[in-house]
Design a protein around this ligand. Structure first.
Ligand code: APR
Ligand code: PHB
Length: 389
């Protein structure tokens, strides 16, 4: 097999990149380990920055999002009963779009099908070869057949546990990591959202987030010790803890019901530098992980694609490598800023086991400062709606 750009991973990064390249006439093959159903069953954050919305439109997948996505002009940060509204629209002139990652991925698959893109599912034992030479290739097993795919470039969009990052020799990469001592227990329920806007809650009982997918579908999270198991969390226990973290006026009016999904995810900050080794590039979760507190995971994957795709088109069609040569440095500047914001949101809103009494006071003071200072709220809003590309 032969193609111009081999893409490992058919999550949002791989699909968006493939779509933008195909629309410019560049040939791609997407190699995805899981089935399409499996990829679409993952529940992930759904807050899209303006830049992400624009990129999806540019890729020709903006129509359903425009109809079904919910624009949000603000969100709340709370501290027990203190509610601080961050008015994105007033502070920055723009808003965010609430549209689930699953919906984004569904739309990308449909668009790729419509243009006849090659996406192979159930691909096993991917091995990237000669990435540091002029003629890279990818070996993989599909339908019991070991296959060789020759290409000009390989892009690793295969998430945190993929093979692409691990292909780069240890002495050619550097990892920066912070692992947080808690996870998020998430629940999806067919209930009216607790509030029309997202609520990020700091409280004496820990962190909680009230989010949503639609007017009838809610998504909630509470912080839990990493040692907790989902089985230990009955619906009743979850709702009780969630309510104890939210402002009482919200908790009292909240609709509860049976959970339709419940899972625990760890929180981590991670960056791999650089994002390139020879003809191999890393994009999205393959290169970096943020804790979900700032909703930056999907948005960062999209900004990576933004920095890479035109460069790949120029390299493949005209032999002009300036864009791909600049990719790693350009993308990393924005990645580190989003890392800082996600880390700051995480430390401002979570209780750390074993922390001293000073730490809780710092969180309270930060929330009180936000309530009083428009400058502080604008800084938060600018980061939340997405820093410029
Ligand atoms: N071979 C082929 N495919 C692989 C391999 C492999 N060895 N390893 C992983 N994959 C696939 C996974 O099955 C997954 O579908 O790569 C895909 C990576 O997708 P994501 O993890 O969604 O990463 P990305 O596309 O970069 O999206 C980043 O989505 O996952 C969220 O939290 C993440 O919001 C962030 C955004
Ligand atoms: C979600 O709706 O799942 C969600 C929203 C915002 C976040 C994280 C998760 O910061």
């Amino acid at each position: 097999m032969k193609t111009q750009v081999a893409i490992i991973g058919g999550g949002p990064s791989g699909l968006l990149l493939s779509q933008l390249l195909n629309r410019a006439g560049v040939a791609t093959v997407v190699l995805e380990r899981a089935s399409r159903e499996h990829v679409l069953s993952r529940i992930r954050a759904g807050v899209l920055e303006t830049g992400t919305v624009e990129m999806l439109r540019e890729a020709g997948v903006g129509d359903r999002m425009a109809r079904e996505g919910i624009p949000h002009e603000g969100c709340y940060l709370t501290d027990d009963d203190l509610m601080v509204r961050i008015n994105f629209k007033e502070l920055t002139g723009t808003s965010v779009m609430v549209y689930g990652q699953t919906e984004v991925t569904t739309d990308l698959y449909a668009a790729q099908d419509a243009i006849g893109a090659t996406i192979l599912h159930g691909v096993e034992d991917v091995v990237i070869g000669d990435a540091d030479g002029d003629a890279p290739h990818v070996m993989f097993t599909h339908g019991g057949q070991r296959t060789r795919l020759d290409c000009d470039y390989v892009v690793g969009c295969d998430g945190f546990h993929g093979v692409s990052r691990a292909t780069i020799p240890q002495d050619k990469r550097r990892a920066f990591e912070r692992v947080y001592p808690f996870g998020w227990l998430g629940v999806l329920s067919r209930t009216r959202p607790a509030h029309e806007e997202l609520i990020y809650a700091n409280s004496s009982n820990g962190f909680a987030l009230a989010s949503m997918r639609s007017e009838t579908l809610s998504r909630y999270y509470v912080q839990v010790p990493l040692t907790d198991k989902v089985e230990e969390w009955s619906d009743a226990r979850f709702w009780a803890v969630l309510k104890s973290c939210l402002p009482s006026e919200v908790a009292d009016a909240m609709q509860t019901g049976p959970s339709i999904e419940k899972s625990i995810a760890p929180l981590r900050s991670f960056v791999n530098e650089p994002l390139r080794w020879g003809r191999l590039f890393l994009v999205g979760d393959a290169a970096h992980i943020v804790p979900p507190t700032g909703a930056k995971g999907l948005n960062l994957a999209v900004s990576d694609v933004h920095y890479l795709y035109q460069g790949l088109i120029d390299a493949v069609t005209r032999g002009d490598t300036r864009g791909i040569d600049a990719y790693s440095d350009r993308a990393l500047v924005r990645i580190w800023k989003a890392m800082r914001f996600s880390w700051q949101m995480t430390t401002t809103l979570h209780r750390f086991d074993g922390e001293d009494s000073f730490a809780a006071q710092m969180r309270k003071a930060t929330l009180r400062h936000l309530a009083q200072s428009e400058t502080a709220r604008r800084d938060l809003a600018e980061n939340y709606i997405g820093l410029p590309y």
